[in-house]
Write a new protein. Structure first.
Length: 408
């Protein structure tokens, strides 16, 4: 094994180095012995720099101003939405989780995601997105305790239902991104550090993320880029890295009330986002800072439109409903804004009423045209608030992926 010092590139941030590692490989089903032997041999694995004590280099005035403006607007949006007496926090968190998942090409309709949250039959992607919702919730809940254990917990929430064998700790094998041939890292587009280096690199990253002497958005953008460069897990790195962004926004006090869907902003130009991650590995921090400033502005604009649409929907419901004040049906209106697909059992649990009273409230809203039954089942019926689902799908459409994008 040989390694090289981290070279200087004139931009003030150390680039990654590389070291030679030996790949022994294993023979897999359908693979010839010759192919297995060809896949063996040395490969180059990244050696990211330690950054916990590195100063952020001077950045262009325009980038610095954009980053500062983004923090101000993030805090303003958080305050605006947090002061509204409506359950927008859950909706925005779900929107962030869905957008982060779509960056990994995991797409699902808002209806399918809501059905998965209800425990009903839905697609595999929907279940994975619900796991990402749990990861975002964990990130926010544990933001003050940000350390290696909390990051591991975030990733575990994402994969616990589908890949539990890949949770519970840092990876213990080499991984690579793109390219490669056979089952080896040779010719991959990027080979993250050997797993022996991961624990030390993650301890260093946590120390950087916990610093209090850095401007917020550059610190968050760099921490995210370093996380993706380390790639500390066998799977779920992109989604966990974006959950880390939300944890840091809360930890640094930029947001306190809601989850601003920054991933929806990144989704608008995923090519620029991934190119910025590559630039970071070459020692240039400015592109990733610019991407996060742009993504924050896009996310706020998109989020404001979603909140306005949901507010309009709620006002129309108030005019349309015949449910009396204080009844299960009237109280259910608040539930539907954060949980647009429901059944009687869930409503009974959330409102603290009997299942019979819950069903009565649901039936009232069905007659009012606010709820619509999904399918034609006569038992265990589920119902949807279509206007909320339409607003969420419109939000996702506005945050559509740019052509030619690729996964983390």
């Amino acid at each position: 094994m040989s390694s090289h010092p981290h070279p200087e590139n004139g931009r003030g941030w150390p680039t990654i180095a590389f070291e030679s590692r030996e790949w022994l490989g294993e023979r897999h089903s359908g693979q010839s012995r010759r192919a297995m032997l060809r896949a063996r041999g040395p490969y180059q694995a990244a050696v990211p720099p330690l950054i916990s004590e590195v100063a952020i280099p001077p950045i262009a005035d325009e980038t610095s101003i954009s980053a500062e403006d983004a923090v101000i607007e993030l805090a303003r949006f958080d305050g605006e939405v947090g002061s509204i007496a409506a359950p927008f926090s859950a909706i925005l968190l779900r929107s962030e989780s869905a957008a982060s998942s779509e960056i990994e090409r995991l797409t699902a309709s808002s209806k399918s995601i809501a059905l998965a949250e209800l425990g009903r039959r839905s697609g595999d992607n929907s279940r994975l997105i619900v796991g990402n919702v749990r990861a975002m919730e964990a990130a926010i809940e544990m933001a003050e305790e940000l350390d290696g254990a909390t990051i591991i917990a975030m990733q575990s929430e994402i994969l616990r239902d589908d890949q539990p064998e890949h949770t519970g700790g840092w990876r213990t094998e080499q991984v690579w991104i793109g390219g490669g041939f056979g089952n080896s890292p040779h010719n991959a587009s990027f080979v993250p550090p050997h797993h022996e280096r991961v624990p030390g690199l993650m301890s260093d990253l946590v120390a950087f993320a916990r610093r209090t002497d850095l401007p917020a958005l550059p610190q968050i953008a760099i921490a995210h880029a370093q996380f993706e460069t380390i790639h500390p897990f066998p799977d779920g790195n992109g989604r966990t890295g974006r959950a880390l962004v939300q944890a840091m926004l809360h930890r640094l006090g930029v947001t306190r009330n809601v989850t601003v869907p920054v991933s929806a902003g990144l989704l608008r130009d995923t090519r620029g986002y991934f190119d910025a991650l590559t630039a970071y590995r070459d020692g240039d921090v400015e592109p990733i800072i610019r991407e996060f400033a742009r993504a924050s502005a896009d996310a706020i604009a998109n989020g404001r439109e979603l909140v306005q649409q949901l507010g309009t929907v709620r006002s129309e419901w108030e005019r349309a409903t015949s449910a009396r004040s204080g009844s299960a049906g009237r109280r259910l209106l608040d539930v539907l804004q954060r949980q647009p697909v429901i059944d009687a059992a869930l409503v009974a649990e959330l409102l603290g009423v009997t299942v019979a009273n819950a069903q009565s409230g649901i039936d009232r809203l069905v007659r009012d045209g606010i709820l619509h039954q999904i399918g034609s089942a006569s038992r265990n019926r589920a119902y949807a608030a279509r206007e909320v689902l339409d607003a969420l799908d419109a939000f996702a459409s506005r945050a559509k992926r740019a052509r030619g994008s690729r996964g983390v």
